[in-house]
Write a protein that binds this ligand. Structure first.
Ligand code: PLP
Length: 427
């Protein structure tokens, strides 16, 4: 049995040898009073964001007013798309930035079903984010009334066997849609393998990258991915409700048409032509005026990720999550915690989910300690999942060391009994 001192020394040594450690100080509030392990829900704010937003609000909006469209704003979405493209392994003319993940998912799922007119089967899984499944249910109810949705069941609630996916695919399959990294357990699909399986049947695949982009290397082009969507407020540090992105492989762009025919998707919006002529590029997926303030706030987070390098970040993420796993086995497992993420780091993204039957009260005790302990913020997903997000740009090995010791004390000292089981609206 290793001692707490052993783990503390290991954390110190690993942090001292971490060549990315300095990126932590490029974010706000990374003092030692708060340990933030919720970058998988809402990433921290980069330091330069405040100054940048002051410029956008004061100089661009307040002083220059509408002249800023031509001076700064009109090309901003494309500039950001080029940066996101590098993070997800795509070409810059394959990425649209704007709207939110759910709306982008709707656009692409609708377009894919329209393109695959003769096929009526849609496949997803029960590890997927509910919004994606709701959107598919809505598409079937409102537009594609002959289609059926098959939801693959995970056997352990954590991962999915590729054989199950392979067995479900057939020549009636129009669309397969999965999260590359699933939101509860962080199980990671092999994107290339799944694309291959689906393409054997000429089925299209729509990937949700919300928990993957910025967390793991994503290779959309190299894995021959058809379509993808993703949010930017998690590991891309774009801010609450920051614009999402969508990807369509270049050679498919002529075949997939956006169902939302807004003026920003028109070839020449400022001719005010009364007939719709869609833009021929990926920007046909634009609908209305882009949200410039939230687009502007997205850039610093992308720049930090690109500067650090996604492969370097992945190496650090795996090292930290492996350290967490090691501490879990020695310290937390004997106290009734279990691990609800794959044990093999190659099969998981950048968060680790721990389960405990007192999960909700434990997460309250760790976030709002009543005994002066340091505040630690993970997130909680029903019924009993405590998700620990590892954002390698700003998390350290010591963050994990301190978090595990708190999780231990909350149970061993029965601190969780000071909290009730009433849930707040956002967890
Ligand atoms: C995997 C996944 N997909 C979709 C969404 C929904 O994103 P949005 O709120 O941008 O529509 C989320 C939100 O957290 C998510 O985690």
């Amino acid at each position: 049995m290793k001692t707490a001192e052993y783990f503390q020394n290991k954390a110190r040594l690993s942090d001292a040898n971490d060549s990315l450690a300095h990126f932590r100080y490029r974010f706000e509030n990374t003092d030692n009073h708060l340990i933030y392990l919720d970058g998988n829900s809402l990433g921290r704010m980069p330091l330069v964001t405040t100054q940048l937003m002051e410029n956008v609000i004061q100089n661009q909006w307040n002083d220059r007013l509408i002249r800023s469209w031509n001076e700064h704003w009109v090309d901003l979405p494309k500039k950001l798309a080029a940066k996101i493209a590098k993070i997800v392994g795509a070409r810059e003319d394959e990425i649209f930035v704007g709207d939110n993940t759910s709306v982008n998912f709707y656009k692409l799922a609708f377009a894919a079903l329209q393109f695959q007119k003769d096929r009526t089967k849609i496949i997803s899984d029960n590890l997927n984010f509910p919004s994606d499944l709701y959107l598919l249910q809505g598409l079937i109810e409102n537009s594609y009334t002959n289609h059926q949705l098959q939801i693959l069941e995970s056997e352990d609630g954590i991962s999915m066997n590729l054989e199950n996916v392979a067995a479900a695919l057939d020549d009636q399959t129009a669309l397969l849609t999965l999260s590359q990294v699933v939101f509860k357990s962080a199980f990671m699909y092999d994107m290339k393998e799944i694309n291959l399986l689906a393409h054997k049947h000429n089925a299209l695949v729509l990937w949700d990258l919300s928990h993957a982009s910025g967390a793991v290397p994503v290779h959309l082009n190299d894995s021959n991915a058809d379509m993808a969507v993703g949010c930017t407020y998690k590991y891309l540090n774009g801010g609450p409700g920051s614009p999402a992105f969508l990807y369509v492989r270049k050679d498919l762009q002529q075949s997939l048409a956006s169902p939302i025919w807004g003026w920003f998707g028109h070839q020449k919006p400022f001719t005010f032509d009364l007939n719709y002529q869609p833009e021929t590029s990926i920007w046909q997926f634009a609908a209305g005026t882009p949200g410039i303030l939230s687009l502007a706030a997205l850039e610093p987070g992308l720049d930090l990720l690109l500067e650090a390098g996604i492969e370097n970040l992945r190496m650090k993420s795996v090292a930290i999550s492996s350290f967490l796993h090691e501490m879990f086995e020695d310290i937390l497992e004997p106290l009734g915690y279990s691990m609800a993420s794959p044990k093999n780091p190659a099969q998981r993204g950048s968060h680790i989910t721990l389960k405990h039957h007192e999960g909700f009260r434990i997460s309250q005790a760790i976030i709002e300690p009543k005994n002066g302990s340091k505040v630690i913020i993970p997130d909680f997903r029903t019924p009993d999942n405590i998700r620990l997000g590892i954002a390698p740009l700003y998390n350290s090995f010591n963050d994990i060391y301190e978090c595990v010791l708190r999780l231990k004390t909350i149970i061993s000292e029965k601190e969780y009994l000071l909290f009730d089981n009433k849930m707040t609206s956002v967890t």
